[in-house]
Design a protein around this ligand. Structure first.
Ligand code: LLP
Length: 429
């Protein structure tokens, strides 16, 4: 807890708001975002491109955190967004994201979802497979219209990350395979289709990636592909989309490069490769989700019971858990915890922070170094802004937490806490 903001009262502060005050006002569990932090990260991503003088687009991967207020915030910051379902598309539009800045991803977009995207006239559909081309073509024929598409390929790269979030390898379920020539056939098909305007290519090698090397390899493969396609099909890409996946810091052990530096390394490679290949410079797109939302939020919980079996185990239980953060259970993801009232208190015990769900795997932090806790203490877990709320569930009929945006000492409730009645909204009697 050495990098957290601490106010004069000695309490954790988020966006200038005392965390204990937040808890009084909104209860726990509550996910609190530092809005400045989101804005600063966005600025850094943009600056990398602007410094390099490159045409670009930063597209927020909204699966990381898809609240209406978040779409509004990123839209106001000039970003586009990527959506991966009709639900996200619906939310993005409601949140005020201009349709022309929306791109649609997914390996099994439903015909109804494609139709919705066509009706909304979104910026582009990232075409993933042959079936999708067929579905989309039918829809465009029926509606007598056309749409921009970007072709997603699996470049055949193994990213160094958890296998569940690695997506660029040949056996990935996403995108057209490059190595077997599938991508060539897809391009040919798209070029023959008068209703789809092929604007470029896309790849995404995985998520939570720290080594820039994987991205550089992706750049090389993609430029190689573009060069081949230029010769073979006389196809010039207007867009080269390199996906998201920029690693972020969850614990002290994580040392990601700052977004601007990471992006700059990628950009330098792109410039060099494109120049060597003697291709016109395409617009470079990136799709960070976690890097924009992740480190910006801290989840606050209330400590309840504990269980100590001397020499065997020490559990501290909080009023949330796998329902608001499934990542430790699903990916063995690591987090840190500290007390909001005394962020820098001495570590007096090593405990396992668990939730209230009826699962032994309902663990938030293993080996948390904490001062002795008491019921009612407020426990803070930082870096919970991405893939927390969006992967939340109502398991055990626990309501989803409240979410607040904090900035300049003010807190704004952006998602209210679910009620028991909310959870029965779809139940019929
Ligand atoms: N673009 C595409 C095509 C993607 O599939 C993803 C993430 C992103 C961008 C954004 O990746 P990011 O910058 O956020 O790493 N639930 C997992 C992460 C799954 C990511 C899926 N795709 C987790 O909690 O780690």
């Amino acid at each position: 807890a050495d990098t957290v903001a601490i106010n004069q009262a000695g309490h954790l502060e988020i966006g200038g708001v005392d965390s204990l005050k937040l808890v009084k006002e909104f209860g726990t569990p509550v996910i609190a975002y530092d809005v400045k932090r989101i804005k600063t990260t966005i600025k850094h991503f943009k600056q990398a491109f602007e410094t390099a003088g490159l045409p670009y687009r930063v597209t927020y991967a909204s699966k990381a955190f898809s609240a209406l207020a978040m779409y509004r915030l990123v839209a106001d910051a000039g970003l586009g967004c990527d959506v991966v379902s009709g639900g996200e598309l619906y939310a993005a539009l409601k949140g005020g994201m201009p349709p022309e800045r929306i791109e649609f991803h997914g390996n099994n977009k439903l015909p109804a979802e494609l139709a919705m995207a066509v009706d909304a006239q979104i910026g582009c559909i990232v075409v993933d497979n042959f079936q999708e081309i067929q579905f989309l073509d039918q829809i465009l024929q029926e509606k007598k219209t056309e749409i921009s598409v970007v072709l997603r390929v699996a470049p055949g790269i193994e990213a160094e990350t958890h296998r569940y979030i690695s997506t660029g390898q040949q056996n990935s379920k996403f995108g057209f395979d490059v190595l077997s020539g599938q991508a060539d056939r897809a391009l040919q098909e798209l070029l023959n289709n008068p209703r789809m305007k092929v604007r470029g290519v896309h790849c995404h090698i995985g998520s939570q990636i720290f080594a820039v090397n994987g991205f550089l390899m992706a750049v090389d493969k993609m430029v190689e592909l573009l060069q081949k396609w230029q010769q073979q099909f006389d196809f010039t890409a207007e867009i080269l989309n390199l996906g998201g996946g920029f690693g972020t810091k969850y614990t002290e052990a994580d040392q990601p490069l700052p977004p601007e530096e990471f992006t700059t390394k990628i950009i330098t490679e792109v410039k060099q490769r494109i120049k060597n290949a003697q291709l016109p410079l395409p617009e470079i797109w990136i799709e960070p989700g976690r890097a924009i939302a992740g480190e910006a939020a801290t989840t606050l919980y209330t400590v309840g019971s504990r269980k100590d079996v001397e020499g065997v185990c020490h559990f501290v239980a909080v009023d949330g858990g796998m329902g608001d953060n499934i990542r430790p259970a699903l990916y063995q993801a690591k987090y840190e915890a500290f007390l909001a009232s005394r962020p820098q208190a001495l570590d007096e015990q090593i405990v396992t922070v668990v939730g209230k769900y009826c699962e032994s795997g309902d663990i938030l932090v293993k080996g948390a170094a904490l001062p002795i806790t008491h019921p009612g203490d407020i426990l803070a877990i930082p870096s919970t802004g991405a893939y927390g709320y969006t992967m939340a569930s109502n398991y055990n009929r626990n309501p989803r937490p409240a979410v607040v945006f904090c900035e300049d000492g003010k807190a704004q409730l952006i998602i209210r806490r679910e009620t028991y009645a909310d959870m029965l909204n779809c139940d019929l009697t």
